[in-house]
Write a protein that binds this ligand. Structure first.
Ligand SMILES: [Zn+2]
Length: 288
């Protein structure tokens, strides 16, 4: 292929060669698309997990703050109780030294009031405790979920890294092949190919005729048009979808030679036990 490239600039390609190159370019592009699709969903999944983890972390830290505030409120209430108890003690002592019943009753009322205050504080403390318990449960649940999701994220990230590193070489090779083919095509044809491909939803710009129909949009192609396509005398596009049409034999004539298709033939030879069968051997050679 490398030497073909240098020829291409000087020698005009035949339409058949152009069609062949275009279809090969399409196949390379489809392979690259497949790699990107394979990888395409993983970054999204990784992103989703990262978002979820962030949400859980925010929730946990907010609840921890809430608990700290509640604990502060509880110690505040406990301080209030201590103060009230101190006052009650003071009032009780004063009751021992009162001059009349009115003073005694007034102090009794104060003691009663402080006792109610204490009860109220205890009630609030119980409420705060219940809230702390509730929030602690949520934190525990969220932490469990957080650990699970963090594990999932590690797995997904590793999967993505593996795919990227695994497919990187293949992708680079395909890109190089694509560039190589493109360099053989004139700019006008490249532009047309790029335009059709970017408009096609499935990324197919060059499609074979399959079962009398366009391989891109599946509309029927009349027999005469199919003959025109098969003759490879000019570039024909589908009248429905605008994709470049090639006959389904396009890769078999020249393409077979470039592809390492020798293996199946060799395998067949190796499994052949009977001594010398001249016919299949000749066939294998001819195919090469
Ligand atoms: Zn079509």
């Amino acid at each position: 292929m490398a030497n073909k490239k240098s020829d291409a600039g000087t020698k005009e390609m035949t339409v058949a060669e152009k069609l062949h190159a275009l279809y090969e370019l399409q196949q390379v592009a489809t392979s690259i698309d497949k790699i990107r699709i394979l990888r395409g969903e993983l970054p999204l999944e990784v992103q989703d997990l990262e978002d979820e983890i962030e949400g859980l972390q925010t929730r946990v830290s907010k609840y921890k703050e809430d608990i700290a505030t509640l604990e502060k409120s509880i110690s505040g209430k406990k301080q209030e109780i201590e103060n009230a108890q101190g006052l009650i003690k003071k009032y009780e002592e004063q009751q021992n030294n009162v001059r009349n019943n009115r003073e005694y009753d007034s102090l009794s009322k104060e003691i009663e009031f402080q006792t109610l205050e204490i009860e109220l504080c205890e009630k609030r403390i119980n409420e705060f405790d219940a809230q702390i318990k509730e929030k602690t449960e949520v934190i525990e649940e969220s932490t469990t979920l957080l650990n699970e999701r963090t594990g999932d994220l590690d797995t997904k990230k590793k999967e993505l890294d593996d795919i990227v590193s695994e497919t990187k070489k293949e992708e680079d090779q395909l890109e190089a092949k694509s560039d190589n083919i493109k360099s053989m095509l004139d700019e006008r044809l490249q532009a047309a190919y790029n335009r059709i491909r970017s408009n096609a939803r499935n990324g197919l710009a060059v499609v074979p005729v399959e079962r009398d129909a366009c391989g891109g949009c599946y509309n029927k192609i009349p027999p005469q048009r199919q003959l025109d396509i098969a003759s490879r005398k000019k570039i024909i596009v589908c009248e429905y979808c605008g994709r470049i049409l090639v006959d389904d034999q396009i890769m078999e004539v020249e393409g077979e030679k470039e592809k390492p298709k020798a293996k199946p033939a060799e395998k067949a030879k190796a499994t052949e036990k009977p001594k010398a069968k001249p016919k299949p051997k000749a066939k294998a050679k001819a195919k090469k």
